[in-house]
Design a protein around this ligand. Sequence first.
Ligand code: SAM
Length: 412
Amino acid sequence: MRAISVRRATEQDFDAILRLWREAMALHQEIEPAVWTTVADADDLARGHFGECLAKDDHRLLVAEEEKEVVGYLLASKSKRPPVLSPKVQGTIHEVCVTSSARRRGVGGLLVAEAMGWFQSGGLTLATASFAADNPASVAFWKAQGFRPYLFTGMRSIGADTAQTQPTGKRWYEEFFDEDYIRFHLGGAAWLAERTTGECDFVVQALGLKEGDRVLDLCCGQARHSAELARRGLDVTGVDLSEYLLGLARKTAEEAQVKVRFERCDMRELPWNGEFDAAINIFTSFGYLEADEEDEKALRAVHTALRPGGRVLLDLPTLSHFQKIHPGRKRDWSEHEGRLVVDEFTWDMHRSRLRLERAIVEPDGVRRRKRFDLRIYTTRRLRPCCVEVASSGSAHLAALICLILARTRGGC
Ligand SMILES: C[S@@+](CC[C@H](N)C(=O)[O-])C[C@H]1O[C@@H](n2cnc3c(N)ncnc32)[C@H](O)[C@@H]1O
């Protein structure tokens, strides 16, 4: 291993420090965009801030070097505590960043040790650092440095509409999946058939399914996968909330002359325990519920429905995919058999949700409105429950990420 040394930073290090800072910000933004969104002139401001810190005696900016290249930095300070508390001064480590290629080699530990030495030589007896509760790697790093969580920072967006309730009193996902969904969201029969075959090929291969395996098609819609998987010899149960789509599902299975059990059920309230070899959730059918806790309930219900060792495949789009398509607000309109469809997409950064407000105007002028409201998860957020993150590699799969979760003896 090449030698790593730690020293105080100078102005000549600022370009390298800024590069590392940007790397760290990108990581934070992926985990919690509502908190870590930066302003347009963030780089200049950060550079100015590092300059100010360098000039202050009660601040310390350190860099870690490997063969003259800066691979990490740390910013620490000493500050007064409220007058009623003792000790009167504490050390705070504000930032530690190590470039991705130099991680897991003790660079962060060396930087922290140097900062702790600086605190100790000044007679300090207390040091604090803040770390992201949602980032298991960060929590593990700080624990390894002897820091334990002692304050919990709560966070919520202000003014967010968390109820998602429609004027009818129903949730958007209880109303969205009807004739209009079939009309406007899916291509023609040939498009669907080709896509469904490709998706099922991937599902069978990724989950290692064999004839006779019991599969739960969670949010089965009109059963395009349920029927195709049953045709391939799998024992399929389809679950969905939409009565309308379940009606189509029964027809699909009948026409394909295959046996599939269908149940109308909310994904949080699956009635099975230890029954399925695998579960699938395809075509962006996860992230609809009103809060992350509700999504967790759904994941727990699927977990319980699987037999030990059973796996679930979630087919989800990524945040960066949607940020590319909908960088802010986007309006779109199209015509379908005389109907005018006007779509407005909004990216709610604070809640990591993509919203679609849709107005449909019938040829006779009658209008109706629909809403779609999707929580976009990052792989990092879901990673703790996953055994594998597979790239579909299939042009047919909507998925840009496929998460495979497994039922283990413990919880999900
Ligand atoms: C985008 S569609 C996908 C359907 C199907 N998997 C496909 O690929 O064609 C999403 C499906 O999730 C169903 N759904 C929405 N919320 C649900 C919930 N809470 N519980 C069960 N199903 C739900 C909808 O009715 C709809 O059929």
